[in-house]
Design a protein around this ligand. Structure first.
Ligand code: WTA
Length: 672
């Protein structure tokens, strides 16, 4: 095995097999799982149909899978009608879950006694009433109806859940924009989607500091054409929110003004109705608006909440992802609530005010199912075991991780220190486009032996594989490209897969292997002798920084929008905590001199004009960048220099001196 079968420099333990005696009831042998899986793929329509029958439909479907109006955009459960707000609320309030706690929300601030200053618990009935009210307001005060679009730019507050479920209730397609994104990023998403209404907040707390979100939203509204109504959640209440009369309305004022008996029947939505559009980074500067539908998406969430999380009524489930990311949509809001579980939302950062905050949350609410990330795990490892061990974690029974490859030692730490060797620990592979988990251990169904760092085998019904450049399966232990060979419910949905751009959707994901029609995930992966998949990182121009997905081109365009920068090349270098971090090589315009001040300014520019998560960890100034003769920047060479690796083929390089430039610039700051 080569260095390609490493994660963060740790070699992958292909032959290690860990079994849990306390999970013997779910134990399955490899041969038996492979047979079961092959059968599930052979009859995937039958499998998904059986699962769909477990949900409440307002109208049954005619066919499980039919072609849509565009290539590769299939319709799942066409003819059927359902509503995710009904699945997440109405069907629970009709039964014994009516007064079960649906949502536990904890604010960031701790009081002098060490207890959280703000905790809100909403039962299913509470949440149902709130959602009805807000849906009523959306319809009666703002004229929002099925097919309209709205944007949501909110921090982790309970209102975020209310807003998403209210939109879903009416069939208003929403897009959530991460509250760490800039005004420009928000505006471009609003414009692309044609959102009529924006829901935001006056601000948020981050590490005890107040961040004014409304200012950023106001700035973005100057760049948009479609939004003329804004609802503002009061989180800071500083008194200087700059509410614009006739455009801006306080969420709490509106809710107080709505009749307590406000009810809105969940709109019967066609199964292929777009529930939301989530913008994610791709290989061009323009983010892609991935569409998720209603029926197929619900079925995938229902399946994975059970297979992957083994979710049960007595569970307290916690996934600290932000609602701005797909994990927040699928596995903080919709998945857990559809299953009638209790989902925990914590507003703040994991080390505020002390590094044991997460373990406090687990102890305080008796969290049993925990869904975390490799970066968070590596941060916690650095703080040390004592912070974990001083809190009771006996409630924990299952742990998964997501967002980036998990290095074996981080996996071991979750398994041994956090879960005390009692809990299955998995690394669930999926992406914004897939809507839900695709490759994972399945403690809720059949549990194979675990291996530290693997993703495991594909879930039932999903035919994922690792292939070479011709689309043929690679040999065991070989690196290749991860593909999904068949359709699955929850895949990018009708009408166009990617909002307004069916051609780009088809080209981006399906053209690579021609007639084979494989879905190209964009990741490198290795398959071991048991067929376990180990996703090793992105194979394209997408960076994964602390699990956040950032497009190289987007970041470069943000840099060159600074007045001093004429060209930029961004590459990622490995980072022991964040997995990888971006560094930028920048060519300056005439008249600007490369100094420390400017370096800082460019980093700050990215923070405020794109997002703090995208800030380059270093900026290097060069006179020219390595390019092909046709003028394309050769990032591959820049990356090789930064990683001290061989340059490989440089036949198309226009000017060899540019590589030396990069080398010198890199060394001047690194060798100190
Ligand atoms: C990476 C996040 C290895 C991968 C849900 C993928 C992972 C990208 C894992 C999608 C994992 C996600 N192991 N890599 N368990 N989970 N990834 O769209 O590179 O933000 O393509 O969705 O994250 O990122 P996205």
């Amino acid at each position: 095995m080569t260095g390609e079968t490493e994660i963060l420099g740790e070699s992958l333990p292909f032959e290690e097999r860990i079994e849990l005696p306390n999970w013997a009831h779910r134990k399955v042998g490899l041969k038996s799982y492979v047979e079961f899986h092959s059968a599930s793929v052979a009859d995937s329509a039958g499998q998904w149909e059986r699962l769909a029958k477990e949900l409440d439909w307002q109208r049954p479907w005619d066919e499980v899978l039919t072609p849509g109006d565009h290539p590769h955009v299939a319709k799942w459960f066409a003819g059927g009608a359902l509503n995710l707000s009904q699945l997440a609320l109405d069907r629970h309030v009709k039964g014994p879950r009516k007064n079960k706690v649906a949502l536990i929300w904890e604010g960031e601030a701790l009081g002098k006694d060490g207890a959280p200053v703000e905790v809100r618990k909403l039962t299913y009935y509470d949440l149902w009433r709130e959602v009805n009210k807000f849906a009523f307001l959306l319809r009666s005060n703002f004229g929002m109806k099925k097919g309209d679009r709205m944007a949501v730019y909110l921090p982790m507050v309970p209102e975020a859940v209310v807003v998403l479920l209210a939109a879903a209730r009416l069939g208003v397609t929403f897009t959530v924009v991460f509250s760490g994104f800039s005004a420009e990023a928000l505006a471009s998403r609003i414009n692309d989607l044609g959102a009529k209404l924006l829901v935001t907040a006056d601000g948020l707390f981050r590490r005890g500091k107040q961040v004014n979100l409304k200012d950023i939203a106001d700035k973005s509204l100057q760049l948009t054409r479609t939004v003329n109504q804004v609802v503002v959640v009061r989180r800071l209440d500083t008194g200087d929110t700059g509410m614009k009369p006739g455009r801006d309305y306080w969420f709490d004022d509106l809710m107080r003004g709505a009749p307590a008996s406000a009810r809105v029947e969940p709109e019967p939505l066609e199964s292929e109705h777009p529930l939301y559009v989530l913008y994610t980074s791709g290989t061009t500067g323009k983010p892609k608006g991935i569409i998720h539908d209603t029926g197929g998406y619900a079925v995938l969430l229902h399946a994975t909440m059970n297979w992957v999380f083994d979710i049960r009524d007595e569970d307290v489930y916690w996934c600290p992802a932000d609602i701005g990311w797909v994990t927040g949509h699928s596995y903080v809001v919709f998945g857990p609530l559809i299953e009638g579980t209790t989902t925990v939302i914590y507003e703040g950062t994991l080390d505020h005010p002390q590094p044991d905050r997460w373990w406090q949350v687990i102890e305080r609410y008796g969290v049993s199912v925990f869904y975390t990330t490799p970066t968070a795990t590596r941060m916690q490892m650095r703080f040390g075991e004592d912070f974990v061990k001083k809190h009771d974690r006996s409630s924990l029974r299952l742990i998964h991780s997501v967002g980036e490859p998990i290095n074996p030692s981080a996996w071991r730490w979750l398994f041994e220190v956090v879960g005390e060797k009692r809990c299955p620990v998995g690394s669930t592979w999926w992406m914004t486009e897939t809507g839900g988990i695709m490759i994972s251990h399945l403690p809720g169904l059949k549990l194979l032996p675990m291996k530290p760092g693997t993703n495991g085998l594909p879930i039932p019904g999903v035919d994922a594989d690792v292939v070479d450049d011709d689309g043929e399966p690679v040999g065991r232990g070989q690196k290749g490209l991860l593909v999904i060979k068949n359709s699955w419910p929850g895949m990018p949905g009708a009408p166009t897969g990617m909002w307004g751009d069916p051609e780009r959707y088809a080209k981006q994901y399906f053209e690579r292997f021609g007639a084979k029609n494989y879905f190209l995930c964009g990741d490198y992966a290795v398959k071991d002798n048991d067929g376990y998949i180990w996703v090793a990182g992105r194979a394209d121009e997408v960076l994964k920084v602390a699990g956040h997905r950032i497009g190289t081109f987007e970041l470069e365009s943000s840099i060159v929008s600074h007045k001093a920068a004429s060209e930029a090349a961004v590459v990622a270098i490995p980072d022991p905590i964040k997995g990888e971090v971006p560094i930028a090589f920048v060519v300056l315009k005439q008249g600007f001199s490369p100094d420390e001040e400017l370096r800082k300014e460019i980093r700050l520019w990215v923070r405020s004009n794109f997002s703090p998560i995208a800030e380059p960890s270093q900026v290097y100034f060069v006179n020219k960048l390595p390019k092909t003769r046709s003028g394309k920047i050769m990032r591959r060479l820049v990356k090789a220099v930064a990683e001290g690796k061989p340059l490989g083929d440089i036949a198309t390089l226009e000017d060899e001196a540019s590589v030396d430039e990069v080398k010198q610039a890199y060394e001047s700051l690194t060798v100190s």
